[in-house]
Design a protein around this ligand. Structure first.
Ligand code: ADP
Ligand code: MG
Length: 257
């Protein structure tokens, strides 16, 4: 079983330290949720794990399959079996969803075996068909150009379909408020719940507690000022919904002298 192990992660943006020693381990088959007030560094964590060049890692390691992924390029991270959902996926006119998925899948196969000739097209069609029916996606979706005129819900659907096709061991989903209508929420959560049974490990970063009504987390972590300060089970999310973050702040925030 693979796990993603974040150790003492420090990250700065434009010289300002945002993540201040974050520790977290995500195992396959489990859902970890990170919650926290705005500006505590949740998206910074997601971008850093994705390998976004603006985020400078000043200390710490992130281990996955025996490698420190911080030393790898974003596409190498993905080929290793990490799925990093793009918050704002770009449109690729002229490339269909099916083409895109086949290219991504073959890149991942070659990373595991350099001799791999790629999945034969009939086999890929069969696989894609299976994944689409598993996720209840209309078959016509595969022929559409990637993200070209997609609604928020359709972008999420493409993302989840990509996840199902690539079969990563660990997925990191940063769910901002953008485009998270009920439809998108349902697509993401049904997809994640389906893939969980196939040993996917998930880190879901939520800005809204209501996502956790759909995806049941095994662990909930509260992030404050660039660190994880509290961890618990699903009940911690309910507690936050009821009580807010004030008690967390009172417990952990340093009061200025
Ligand atoms: P969250 O996702 O928890 O709301 P973020 O990770 O987006 O928090 O932001 C954490 C802090 O980093 C905030 O103070 C924000 O202003 C700052 N920040 C985020 N992105 C940038 C950036 N590109 N340039 C400068 N500061 C940034
Ligand atoms: Mg954010």
């Amino acid at each position: 079983m693979s796990q993603l192990e974040i150790k003492n992660l420090h990250v700065s943006i434009e010289g300002k330290e945002i993540l201040k020693g974050l520790d977290l381990t995500i195992e396959q088959g489990k859902v970890h949720a990170i919650m926290g007030p705005n500006g505590t560094g949740k998206s910074t964590l997601a971008y850093t794990l994705m390998g976004h060049p603006s985020y400078e890692v000043t200390d710490g390691e992130v281990f996955f399959k025996g490698q420190n992924i911080l030393e790898l390029e974003p596409d190498e991270r993905s080929r290793l079996g990490l799925f990093l959902a793009f918050q704002y996926p770009v449109a690729i006119p002229g490339v269909t969803v099916a083409n895109f998925l086949r290219t991504a899948l073959n890149a991942r196969r070659r990373a595991e075996n350099p001799e791999d000739k790629g999945m034969p097209i009939p086999e890929f069609r069969k696989l894609l068909k299976e994944k689409m029916s598993m996720l209840k996606v209309d078959q016509a979706f595969a022929g559409r150009y990637l993200n070209d005129g997609f609604s928020g819900g359709e972008k999420k659907r493409a993302e989840i379909l990509q996840m199902a096709t690539l079969q990563p061991e660990i997925a990191i989903l940063d769910e901002t408020d953008s485009g998270l209508d009920i439809d998108a929420l349902r697509i993401v959560s049904e997809g994640v719940n389906t893939l969980l049974s196939q040993d996917l490990g998930v880190l879901v970063i939520t800005h809204y507690q209501r996502l956790l009504n759909y995806i049941k987390p095994d662990y909930v972590h509260i992030m404050l000022d660039g660190r994880i300060v509290e961890s618990g089970g699903a009940d911690l999310a309910l507690h936050l919904e009821e009580k807010g973050y004030e008690w967390v702040r009172e417990k952990y925030e340093e009061t200025p002298a």
